[in-house]
Design a binder for this molecule. Structure first.
Ligand SMILES: [Zn+2]
Length: 385
């Protein structure tokens, strides 16, 4: 019996040239901090468009938010906001910049040590600065949700938090701004979005056909459009479809009222924190094995997935399930993301360290049935060698 709240206040401005609309959505008297990552927005024209859109406002910049944004770096942005009394944040970049901006928004006026925000997973946030985003890398969905992941380098800890107060006020999605992304980022983005859908879809049936069909539609679209983006990076329609898929994959819509898994992400976070793998690489490694090891608990949905997404209807149940997982793995490889620990020079010798980190982060009962114990995670990693 479905029973849920759905709340999403983020305004989306989608299309070519929409950065100019900043002048309409950022208050005219705002004191703005523009946060970004590396320098690519300065060479591809995005930065100039942003400045034109913000004309007339006081604008400061904060550069250098890294992939897997670090607490250490973000605290420098917090200091700048406090010192200059800024009151509006604008994230320009991908999920890491947006996630980092969410943390800054919550930390600026937080009473006490802002690390507590991460320790309490965001439950203790009582206010946040308003912020918007300009998305240049479709993948994480952070542009339309209230979640964030921050890494504290000194502790090798990658921690997620969420709170309704850190939804972006608006996000501008201009697909032409994704044309110049490196090929690796295109593949990573598609795999991340795919995994987000799977973590909310691949559980057990609860008679939620709307959520199921939406999820399957997003998966099918990613399977169709992903390879096209690799072949023709400047095809507007392809990039627009992938961009919107990645947003819808994690804006709450497909996950409303249904069981969710997220164990692949949690195990993946440890791989990134320990060994620096890209987020999507960790998902490509973990997801196929996670599905194989937990085949019994997910049997009904795996069979549905095989039929509706991969058109597999022949053979025994186990054969259909294995074929669907195999096709999933091949799709990740086709997107240029390798799916084995060995592809990243990791092996049996690393598994104990990964499990130790899972244990120290209390990630010992993961999954929709809370049955992904450390033993299950070990099996998953062993199967991913
Ligand atoms: Zn992800």
């Amino acid at each position: 019996m479905l029973n849920f709240d759905f709340y999403n206040p983020t305004q989306i401005l989608f299309g070519k040239g929409r950065i100019a609309d900043l002048s309409k959505v950022v208050p005219a008297d705002a004191r703005v901090l523009v946060l970004y990552g590396g320098g690519s927005i300065k060479s591809n024209g995005v930065f100039d468009e942003v400045m034109a859109g913000l004309a007339g406002r006081t604008v400061f910049e904060f550069a250098g938010i890294e992939p897997n944004p670090s607490y250490e770096t973000l605290m420098h942005a917090v200091e700048l906001v406090r010192k200059e009394k800024l009151d509006f944040l604008l994230a320009v970049g991908g999920g890491s910049v947006i996630d980092g901006t969410k943390f800054v928004a919550a930390a600026v006026n937080f009473e006490g040590d802002p690390w507590a925000i991460l320790e309490k997973r965001g439950r203790n946030i009582t206010q946040a600065l308003p912020f918007g985003s300009i998305l240049t890398l479709p993948a994480t969905g952070s542009e339309m949700n209230d979640g964030s992941v921050v890494t504290r380098k000194s502790l090798q800890a990658k921690v997620a938090f969420s709170n309704k107060l850190v939804f972006p006020k608006f996000s501008i999605l201009d697909p032409t701004k994704t044309f110049s992304l490196p090929v690796k980022q295109i593949g990573n983005g598609v795999v991340d979005a795919y995994a987000h859908v799977m973590e909310q879809y691949m559980t057990y049936p609860v008679n939620a056909p709307v959520q199921d069909r939406f999820a399957e539609g997003l998966l099918l679209t990613l399977i169709e459009e992903g390879p096209k983006a690799l072949a023709n990076p400047e095809d507007y329609d392809t990039r627009a479809n992938i961009m919107w898929c990645a947003t819808l994959a994690l804006n709450g819509l497909i996950g409303a009222g249904v069981p969710q898994d997220w164990s692949t992400h949690m195990v993946g976070h440890e791989l990134t924190a320990l060994y620096g793998l890209d987020h999507a690489q960790t998902l490509a490694i973990v997801l196929p094995s996670m599905l194989r090891v937990r085949k019994e608990g997910k049997r009904a949905k795996l069979l549905q997935y095989a039929e509706r997404v991969w058109n597999i209807t022949e053979g025994s149940e186990d054969a259909r399930i294995e074929q669907a997982i195999q096709r999933t793995q091949e799709f990740f490889e086709k997107m240029g993301v390798k799916t084995r620990l060995g592809d990243y020079k990791l092996g049996t010798q690393n598994i104990d360290a990964i499990l130790k980190h899972l244990e120290s982060h209390r990630m010992v009962t993961l999954g929709e049935q809370r049955d992904v114990t450390l033993d299950v995670s070990r099996k998953v990693l062993e199967l991913s060698l």
